[in-house]
Design a protein around this ligand. Sequence first.
Ligand SMILES: NC(=O)c1ccc[n+]([C@@H]2O[C@H](COP(=O)([O-])OP(=O)(O)OC[C@H]3O[C@@H](n4cnc5c(N)ncnc54)[C@H](OP(=O)(O)O)[C@@H]3O)[C@@H](O)[C@H]2O)c1
Length: 312
Amino acid sequence: MSQSSLPRLGFIGAGRLARCLALGFSRAGYAVTAVASRTQASARQLASQIDRCAAYDDPQEVVNAADIVFLTVPDDSIGTTANTLRFDCAVTPGSGPRALVHCSGASPVELLAPARTQGASIGGFHPLYLFSGDRADIERIRGCSVTLEADGALKEALTALVIALGCHPLSIPAGGRMLYHGAAHYAASFALCSLAECVALWRTLGFAEDEALRALLPMLAGTIETARDKGLSGALAGPVSRGDTGVVRKQLELFEGLGGDHAALYGLLSRRAVELARRRAKPPAAIEAIAEVVEESLERSVNHVPAGTSVK
Ligand SMILES: NC(=O)c1ccc[n+]([C@@H]2O[C@H](COP(=O)([O-])OP(=O)(O)OC[C@H]3O[C@@H](n4cnc5c(N)ncnc54)[C@H](OP(=O)(O)O)[C@@H]3O)[C@@H](O)[C@H]2O)c1
């Protein structure tokens, strides 16, 4: 498809996500015509990397120069920024729908309603990806999913943009956004929190964070590959999956002895491990004994979880 038949794209907010999407869309043949941000320097930096893209101080200029405007500011600024934009003024006609889109997984698309009352389409474009802000994101995002919320011509245009990035379009039922986004943390930031717990515990053995991560990250990468091949229940390893009741009991007692919330966290995740092990065609013979040990420990730990951890 020629560039002139594709919608022109603009970005308000030149942060981690915008840097990847703007460069990715441009590489895929879309005209990214305009960028604005809170600071001039961010907008200029991003625009300078894209052919025939202008940096503006006033976000309204982005609306005037693009067909689909991505509002890529922090979630708390989406509503206030959307309120300041005018879509009912005369602009040079381009291809595709006039639209305002945000990229948040948690915020409702309704925050963009002021644009809709002025005749623009509104939508959500949420990549299930943790952006680093580096150029490497443009390649790494391939194969990820992007959750869309839009109708009609905008849905078609956004679907084409997802495919142009090498990603998969995903839809969620209306009203499911908050649960969808909250739950997705387990595959991104909360996976980091699990690693941070291990790093904190290993620090008591004398390991620095970089040493610990050198050992842990390949194991995590292998776990992800095994889950891809065998599914979650099939990939489960460790004492719960083997039915090693004695090891589970001793580790729970050890973490209870450390104080803080270590045993509560370990116990709750062990409870999930028990559920995964039960889903196997042949669960370990000792799984019910392990479930009992885990629940007894949770009884002692979860009801008395102090704020914060004991190991820093
Ligand atoms: N990061 C992720 O992994 C990720 C993943 C999926 C979805 N998202 C969503 O993507 C959106 C952007 O997140 P991000 O991580 O890219 O944030 P970010 O790195 O903090 O970038 C936000 C950008 O917006 C600019 N900005 C802040 N307030 C503004 C305002 N009032 N007007 C214009 N520009 C403003 C900032 O300005 P300056 O640089 O000019 O100071 C910055 O460039 C959020 O809705 C977020 O939920 C992020």
